[in-house]
Design a protein around this ligand. Sequence first.
Ligand SMILES: Cc1cc2nc3c(=O)[nH]c(=O)nc-3n(C[C@H](O)[C@H](O)[C@H](O)COP(=O)(O)OP(=O)(O)OC[C@H]3O[C@@H](n4cnc5c(N)ncnc54)[C@H](O)[C@@H]3O)c2cc1C
Length: 310
Amino acid sequence: MQLWKDHEQRWGVQLLHRNGVLWMAATEDDQFERSSLPLLREAGISYEELSVGEMARRWPQINFEGVRWGIFEPEGGFLRARFACQMVMNGFLAEGGEFKQTAVLPDGLENGCRDGLTLSNGSKLTADKYVFACGPWLGKLFPETIGNLVRATKQEVFFFGPPAGDDRFSEANLPVWADHRERFIYGMPTSDGRGFKVADDTRGPEFHPTSGDRTVSPDGAKLAREYLGFRFPGMKNAPLIEARVCQYENTPDDHFIIDRHPQTENVWIVGGGSGHGFKHGPALGEMVAELVMEEKDPDPLFRLNRFAKT
Ligand SMILES: Cc1cc2nc3c(=O)[nH]c(=O)nc-3n(C[C@H](O)[C@H](O)[C@H](O)COP(=O)(O)OP(=O)(O)OC[C@H]3O[C@@H](n4cnc5c(N)ncnc54)[C@H](O)[C@@H]3O)c2cc1C
């Protein structure tokens, strides 16, 4: 959080919209929220524990049926992911970095990069050290070292248009929300002219990040619409104005992979965000830069050999 704030100041832009995050704990099972409280306290993150009555008073546009209580994190919010990536790129170029849009061919990567990398435009790239942060594609580039340790799943995201002139579902009036029931549904209010987001965090079917079909399923669309009408009655007949398919890049324990290639000292593999990697970007960047430049060893939590033990 501190690094996001630092970068906002440094670049004079807003990356994080601080409209708060509301976690709705289900009447049947509130284990996730219950066990989050001591961790929030320990980390010094401000939060309020709210009764259903209090939540209904603050956010009358939400139907709290099936909710027992809630956690509101006033300093939370949502990140402008695409814009943040563009800002990183601009910052990198401004500091003298060079960007090339080309792909590394996977041939021979597992055997070391002694002769440099072969790029899809036919050229070569040689460096003292290499960092591969290729998200869901990591297993394709390193089939032996990573293979199925990074498993891509299909995730569907829906955006609905609120009724004309109705601002109850905008970021000024609604926080980001998460609803733990049989499925973990979450979303965010409208912002920047985008629709009201509804998404299901449940891991979808396995997905090929290059050739997978990027159209949403009828079942996913039905579930999102039913949920929307139930939890946000004012959005019941809202039109679906945008839908996206993207992929999570899951590791077996949902933790990152940050390690040297087991056979090649100067090749680093970084990834495995497992659906929660973006917010960690600045911290991860700082950590990886230090490991690579100062030849340090990564935290055992992130090392590849943890999978050999299980
Ligand atoms: C629907 C959805 C919701 C999410 N919600 C959240 C959230 O709420 N909070 C959160 O923190 N995170 C969230 N995430 C996860 C987050 O987006 C990812 O963990 C994060 O973007 C991973 O970053 P990365 O840089 O490791 O990989 P990516 O962003 O996937 O980047 C990998 C890059 O590698 C490039 N590449 C691949 N192969 C090659 C090659 N051969 N040569 C050169 N380049 C190559 C790709 O083009 C790509 O640019 C969500 C993800 C999804 C899909």
